[in-house]
Ligand binder design. Sequence first.
Ligand SMILES: Nc1nc2c(ncn2[C@@H]2O[C@H](COP(=O)(O)OP(=O)(O)OP(=O)(O)O)[C@@H](O)[C@H]2O)c(=O)[nH]1
Ligand SMILES: [Mg+2]
Length: 342
Amino acid sequence: MFVDEVTITLKAGDGGRGTVSFRREKFIPRGGPDGGDGGHGGSIYLAVDANLSTLSHLRGQHHFHAQDGKPGGRNKRRGKSGQDATILVPAGTRVRRSVDGPIFCELNQVGERVLAAKGGSGGRGNSRFATSTNRAPRTYEDGEEGEKFTFFLELRLLAQVALIGPPNAGKSTILRAITNATPKVSGYPFTTLTPNLGVVDVDELNSFVISDLPGIINGAHLGVGLGDRFLRHIERSAVLCAVIDVGGEVPSDPAEDLETIIKELHLRNARLAERLALVIANKMDLPNAAQQLEMLKRKCHLPIVAVSALKRRELNRLVGELFSLVLERKQPTEVSIGDSGL
Ligand SMILES: Nc1nc2c(ncn2[C@@H]2O[C@H](COP(=O)(O)OP(=O)(O)OP(=O)(O)O)[C@@H](O)[C@H]2O)c(=O)[nH]1
Ligand SMILES: [Mg+2]
């Protein structure tokens, strides 16, 4: 499941209280004030962790506290400061203090760290209040309260790859097979009504995000079918990949399906068509597939990877090809899940 929004409350640590105390030494009958200051409360930071790709780790835990500072000690000793706390988030996390309020911050780069709630300062101990007229003050300060906020976090996933193609070509089946996402798959057109996103784990260190868009048909750029709204989403992905069904009943022509997709991309925006980098010939397990693949190869100038998403054939090769393309065109572009335009 993709968690795109979470609400958390943060309470930074309170400062420690200043202390009232007087020096007591053997041969000095009336020692001066020596109460130390309280320690500072711990602050809470938000920081980007390169290994996170969702906000789901924050689902079970909504409240975060940093440690309070300790009271001051005798001998002007400052109390111990509370430890800071750090909440890790994936790159692309947008933070607000109210649901539709202004953006408080956006964390996009690994290594970025933002102070989210500041710990309270420690209070002063009585040694700080001594004056020439008041040499034995009993005055002290309480520590300042740590800041307390509710934050709304929203993750804008970067979908480097978008799967596009005619309805029923098997786009969602591919997404299910190579990612942790579980979009609905069914044998009728327009099963997918809104884009789905999934993370492809290439190996232990590398992953990329891929989206599966609703089927594109003739006239999509004019809003036919589910149309235009989804072409808008493709515009944010650096690598476009056409999924074509090559297992259909003859005389269906997969090259024609591909032509339609390319034409629709062109009509929407010529630059989009240039981003089409790979054709996935799907349903290779079906009897007509080999013959239709040949037809497609004759007319298609793009690289083709032939797979069976259903039988999970050649999917490792597909993931390898997609990842090379992602590295080649490394230019993060955004798809926001939960985008109100969907
Ligand atoms: N035989 C065979 N069937 C497949 C393969 N991949 C997908 N299918 C079937 O094709 C049908 C459509 O699959 P989907 O993944 O829903 O297709 P889609 O492209 O997401 O379709 P829309 O969401 O409607 O655009 C389903 O019945 C799948 O089981 C495959 O490799 N071989
Ligand atoms: Mg689908």
